[in-house]
Write a protein that binds this ligand. Structure first.
Ligand code: SF4
Length: 389
């Protein structure tokens, strides 16, 4: 299978993250612009076999997977034996390390305690559950296919099955959501004591039903000031509850950072497998064919599923390195930047950030350059200044 010149040259022994995309969902939520499809579950068996074949194509590159993340879409639509096939292929062909973090995204309404027991036995050791809101009205409006009670049942089932690392997602800035509604959601999420919490601001993507409803005045646009208040409230409530705010949108119990996502934020290499998956290997970014049926055909015909790739230029790679690290509470380590790029971080930043430093959005602490709490709220103001001219 021809993967393209740059990727073929990635013949070095190195640790990578492994992302596997499962682009199937029961129904499509109105805000979703991810590469996922409802009503195509009949493709799942062929798709999983194609995924296995794609993983095998990476096996001669000396790569060692240190995390596996099955994201979607709804990976919990896979049967336990399909999950085992993916985990086993990653172990056999990408030398997935013993004790690796193996995450699966799970949606309420697709899982049971027995299902969680089965996938735990197959090596999955971290579950990420999309709860999104603790109000049924919100879930209905978003066309989520589950209720609050079903989301809680999924959470309890994962715990009862023995999962000790569970992440939950919530969205803020929902139509008609007030600050008090959000306070309620934060208090409910703290009550169930997840190990990791991801909070996402609602984004209105063009082409989604949500965008159309807002354009026609059927739903209100998100209110930026209210969302900023919601974010600040989350920082306050979760910190009081003992969570570490380790990344702009992510909080965790000590030691429960997402190891896989840390690979993205530290701009380390990762394989993206499956329809529409992104990867980053040897300074080359790439993504695969979006449509599952076309992806399956490409793989089965021995062709590369990669439809786009780009080698990052030096200025872009440095900018991305700084921006991604700024998402983390720890920030950018000046020594690591210097040893990776042979340029001092001070000289790289020179002239770019003076005004945002004056506004108190960034700071130097020891040898780290990072966002202040105020800077986290206005991170885009900082990031645009770091992009190349
Ligand atoms: S469950 Fe997730 S991936 Fe599927 S449609 Fe909803 S938001 Fe998109």
């Amino acid at each position: 299978m021809n993967r393209g010149n740059e990727l073929e040259q990635t013949n070095i022994s190195s640790y990578v993250g492994l992302y596997v995309h499962i682009p199937f969902c029961k129904t499509k939520c109105i805000y979703c612009d991810f590469n996922c499809y409802a009503g195509k579950n009949a493709l799942i068996p062929d798709y999983v076999l194609a995924l296995g074949k794609e993983l095998v194509t990476y096996s001669d590159q000396g790569l060692v997977a240190r995390t596996l993340y099955m994201g979607g879409g709804t990976p919990s639509l896979l049967s336990p034996s399909q999950v085992l096939y993916i985990v086993g292929t990653a172990r056999d062909y990408l030398r997935l390390v013993d004790g690796a973090e193996i995450t699966m995204e799970a949606n309420p309404g697709t899982v049971s305690e027995q299902y969680f027991r089965d996938i735990l036995a197959m090596g999955v050791n971290r579950i990420s559950i999309g709860i999104q809101s603790f109000k049924d009205d919100d879930l209905r409006r978003l066309a989520r296919h589950h209720t609050v009670e079903e989301a809680l049942e999924a959470y309890r089932a994962a715990r009862a099955a023995g999962f000790e690392n569970i992440s939950v997602d919530l969205i803020y800035g929902l139509p008609f959501q007030t600050l008090d509604d959000w306070r309620h959601n934060l208090s409910r999420v703290v009550d169930i004591e997840p190990d990791h919490i991801s909070l996402y601001a609602l984004t209105v993507e063009e082409g989604t039903p949500l965008h159309r409803l807002i354009s026609r005045g059927k739903l209100p646009s998100p209110d930026d000031d209210l969302m900023a208040d919601m974010y600040e409230l989350a920082q306050e409530v979760l910190e009081k509850a003992g969570y570490i705010h380790y990344e702009i949108s992510n909080w965790c119990r000590p030691g429960k950072q997402s190891k896989h996502n840390m690979i993205y934020w530290r701009e380390e290499p990762f394989i993206g497998a499956g329809a529409g998956a992104y990867g980053f290997l040897n300074s080359v970014r790439y993504y695969n064919e979006l449509l599952p049926s076309k992806y399956i055909s490409l793989i089965n015909n021995g062709q590369s599923p990669i439809v786009w790739q780009e080698e990052l230029s030096v200025p872009i790679e440095r900018s991305e390195y700084v921006i991604l690290h700024l998402r983390l509470a720890e920030g950018v380590n000046a020594e690591e930047f210097q040893s990776r790029y042979g340029q001092s971080l001070h000289s790289f930043l020179s002239g770019k950030i003076d005004d945002v430093a004056g506004l108190g959005l960034v700071e130097w602490k020891d040898n780290y350059f990072r966002l202040t709490p105020k800077g986290r709220l206005l991170s885009n103001e900082v990031f645009v200044r770091i992009l190349p001219d």
